[in-house]
Design a binder for this molecule. Structure first.
Ligand code: A3P
Length: 278
């Protein structure tokens, strides 16, 4: 409600939109490193001492202290991130550019279970039913649309529809495609954010450097991202819980064929006629 009433982004600001566990951390890293590439060298980069979530905080964080933040004092453009569904995003936010990232719901769901399980203090790494989180119960809820920030498919379709209406304002990415070709996605991201790579930068390998800096293998090894401390009560997940495997298709190790077919069928049905292919 506070965001709806008081979030007034400037047209220059950039909004990163994702469902939880779709690759938000990666998108934050790539966009921050790209936008601020002229301010830092690789040897003194903020990512050496800050998590991507510290560099690009969630919008919700700004509004969580019962005071209305003055976001105008932030540098322009500022990158904000949020998981808000389209239906809850204030209309004013549509004046700034939105990057939406989604991911195969099977991997999103598996990633979410591990994340919550880690955060709540137990590990679902090797079993499908753990003390902390019952995978089949969680699966039932996810497939019925009971998810934080609303049903997964509504979340995707809300922003997909807006991207069709305003393609110049909404950039639509998919995690699996980014994994396949991070370089060309980064070029599109830079272009979209209004800071395209120059010929010199291309020649000097700046695009590859940013992809490498933000890669799963690189970020996971940075000390600040290895931190295991967190608190469920204080809504602080451990930094390390954002870096699990970073792979496509890991669902195969946790979901039965029946579960996978069920999620695929829901996805096909929900996306049918939208023009969004799966
Ligand atoms: P897995 O749990 O499948 O490994 P989010 O950032 O939205 O919370 O999503 C977390 C997922 O993104 C996790 O997926 C995590 O490992 C993966 N991830 C984090 N950083 C990444 C990176 N730099 N490159 C690719 N995937 C990354």
């Amino acid at each position: 409600m506070a965001i709806q009433a008081h979030f007034k982004p400037r047209p220059s600001d950039i909004l990163l939109l994702t469902s939880p566990k779709s690759g938000t951390t990666w998108l934050k890293a790539l966009s921050f490193a790209t936008l601020h590439r002229h301010s830092f060298s690789l040897s003194d980069h903020p990512f050496l001492t800050n998590t991507p979530h510290q560099c690009v905080p969630f919008l919700e964080r700004f509004f969580s202290h019962r005071t209305i933040p003055n976001l105008n004092v932030l540098p322009s453009p500022t990158i904000f991130a949020t998981h808000l569904p389209f239906s809850l995003l204030p209309q004013r936010a549509l004046r700034c550019r939105i990057v939406f990232l989604w991911r195969d719901p099977k991997d999103t769901f598996v990633s979410l279970c591990h994340f919550l399980d880690r955060w709540m203090g137990s590990s679902a790494e090797h079993t499908s039913t753990t003390q902390g989180l019952d995978l089949s119960k969680a699966f039932q809820m996810f497939s019925q649309g009971t998810s934080a920030f609303g049903p997964f498919w509504d979340h995707v379709l809300g922003y997909w529809t807006e991207s069709l209406r305003s393609p110049e304002m909404v950039l639509f990415f998919r995690y699996e495609e980014m994994i396949e070709d991070a370089v060309s996605h980064l070029r599109r991201l830079a272009q979209f954010m209004g800071c395209p790579f120059s010929m010199e930068e291309e020649r000097d390998g700046v695009v590859d450097d940013i992809v490498q800096l933000c890669s799963f293998d690189n970020l996971r090894e940075v000390e600040v991202n290895k931190d295991n401390k967190g608190s469920f009560e204080e809504k602080r997940p451990p930094a390390s819980s954002f870096f699990r495997k970073g792979k496509v298709g890991d669902w195969v190790n946790y979901l039965s064929m029946e579960m996978a077919e069920k999620l695929d069928a829901i996805t096909k049905e929900k996306l049918h006629g939208s023009g969004l292919t799966f």
